[in-house]
Design a protein around this ligand. Structure first.
Ligand code: SAJ
Length: 480
């Protein structure tokens, strides 16, 4: 396929915008569409934030070359990418959550009148298995055209495929190009045509399959991560009871060639990992007990952290400084962040809470930032972000690190001691240099590390001499 297609990308969020930029950089004429006027204006003015290295230059070059523009409504094109959010809402059918496909539905309804024979439509949004076929296809077929199916001749059809995004916030630009892609077509020809488009900017391997498999693959990936983190969190809580340092035990277990345990922490946040497992569960709740249990374990972690915080204070103080509000290190995204839940719980218990995050402006109102109407968010009312760690820690009885932002790992703890009522640290991330904090005079406690365990690392016993040479020699002689 020549790289000068007219492409329309619906949704200019954290996936749609970089996808539009890379398609334009590959030579296509791209219209990015978003219902938010301020987003459209920012993209056209060259003011859309593009923090990742090298990406900003691609964006500006595409704008200058006239290959990228943004608008409020889609226009006829050769190919359409749907990159809109698919949040989860409480399911009326069972006691869990399910996908809210409203945004996918409105995107499809806006595209149907524009479809022409030969058009390619690609859904990138994460969806429950079967959505491309059973939900998206009928909406697009209201155009009067049919989605191509094997073995029908391709004339007078449009081509529909699902290609789930897989990029990790913090490395989006790099991963958009270098990650492998799975493309599921409603027909093999649809998958092939979609692959042609991705081939113009993806360097990773592109594999073709059917739409339901591609939908399932994406959900398996995020569910794997959720279940693995839940296991790590359960190990952390178990280790606290067993008198074992979970961080040391996990690190040593991970030296096994077939073991990779994730990191314990204060919970699982963001708009993907806590949400996507439900898209599998909702299809067969009775067949997914492990996935549901993992969700419950991870959702319980902010409560566990709040319990440890109270134990650290032991009734001797009531002022707590929470460091880190984002859902994970080195990003400024607060969606479904466990930190907000920890803050809400501690305030609900009458503690005085201060908060800081390098990505949240001083004075920002946490209730407004949380964008949530649930009970927890109410308990954030009036809480404002401090302008510095020192300001947050001033007068506190305990500093609690909830996110391992780079700034906190590099922080000099000695600068905090004088201002605090009591030099005490609870590290819920296991990522700080505890010996350094202890040397600065802090009493240090860590999630997954029992009270009283010091930060002494496991001792290296050196390398064994092995018999590798002997074995290799034996293999060469065919002795195996
Ligand atoms: N977390 C832990 N321990 C870990 C890893 C993560 O507690 O060992 C927590 C994080 O702190 C965070 C949450 O899990 O609160 C999710 O963070 P993440 O870095 O695991 O994932 P996301 O949500 O930023 O991005 C994920 C990625 N999926 C996988 O790695 C399988 C990304 O590739 C997907 O594209 C993205 O979801 C998405 O959009 O679906």
């Amino acid at each position: 396929m020549a790289q000068d297609k007219g492409v329309c990308v619906v949704g200019l969020g954290y996936i749609g915008f970089p996808t539009a930029v890379f398609l334009a950089a590959a030579g296509h004429r791209v219209l990015g569409v978003d219902v938010r006027r301020e987003v459209v204006e920012a993209v056209n003015a060259g003011e859309r934030a593009a923090e990742e290295e090298g990406f900003e230059e691609l964006y500006r070059t595409a704008l200058r070359a006239g290959r990228l523009r943004a608008g409020l409504a889609p226009e006829p094109a050769d190919a359409f990418f749907i990159c809109v959010p698919t949040p989860a809402r409480t399911s009326p059918r069972y006691g869990g959550r399910e996908a809210d496909l409203d945004y996918v539905g409105s995107a499809a309804r806006s595209l149907a009148p524009l479809l022409r024979p030969g058009n390619v439509v690609i859904l990138e949004s994460t969806v429950p298995p079967g959505t491309t076929e059973d939900f998206l296809r009928p909406l697009l077929e209201e155009s009067g055209l049919r989605a191509h199916r094997d073995p029908a001749p391709p004339d007078d059809c449009f081509f529909l495929a699902h290609c789930p995004e897989r990029v990790i916030p913090g490395r989006i630009a790099h991963e958009l190009v270098h990650n492998d892609r799975v493309i599921g077509g409603l027909s093999r020809e649809a998958a092939r045509r979609a692959a042609d488009l991705y081939g113009s900017f993806v360097a990773g391997r592109i594999t073709l399959t059917d739409a339901a498999t591609a939908e399932t693959v994406k959900l398996m990936e995020n569910t794997f991560r959720d279940v693995n983190v839940a296991l790590a969190n359960e190990f952390a809580l178990l280790c606290e009871r067993l008198g074992v340092n979970a961080w040391e035990a996990v690190a040593l277990a991970n030296r096994h060639p077939r073991v990779t345990i994730h990191r314990p922490g204060p919970g699982v946040g963001g708009h993907c990992i806590p949400v996507d497992p439900w898209f599998l569960v909702e299809r067969a709740p009775e067949t997914a007990p492990l996935i549901r249990q993992a969700r419950a374990v991870n959702d319980a972690m902010p409560g566990r952290v709040a319990e440890r915080v109270r134990a650290c204070l032991a009734g001797r103080g009531d002022r707590v400084a929470l460091l880190g509000l984002a859902y994970k290190p080195n990003v400024g995204d607060l969606r479904e962040s466990p930190s907000l839940e920890v803050a809400a719980r501690l305030r609900g218990e009458g503690l005085t809470v201060t908060v800081h995050d390098p990505f949240v402006p001083a004075g920002a109102d946490l209730h407004a930032v949380a964008h949530s109407g649930d009970d927890g968010a109410e308990r954030l009312a009036g809480l404002r972000a401090a302008g510095s760690v020192r300001e947050a820690a001033a007068g506190a009885d305990l500093v609690v690190v909830l996110v391992g932002h780079r700034q906190y790992l590099e922080l000099d703890p000695a600068l905090l001691v004088a201002g605090m009522r009591s030099a005490s640290l609870f590290d819920a991330t296991g990522s700080l240099d505890h010996a350094r904090w202890e040397a600065a005079g802090f009493a240090v406690r860590v999630l997954g590390r029992p009270e009283g365990r010091t930060s002494a690392p496991a001792e290296e016993g050196g390398r064994g001499r092995g018999i590798a040479d002997t074995l290799a020699a034996g293999t060469e002689r065919g002795a195996c």
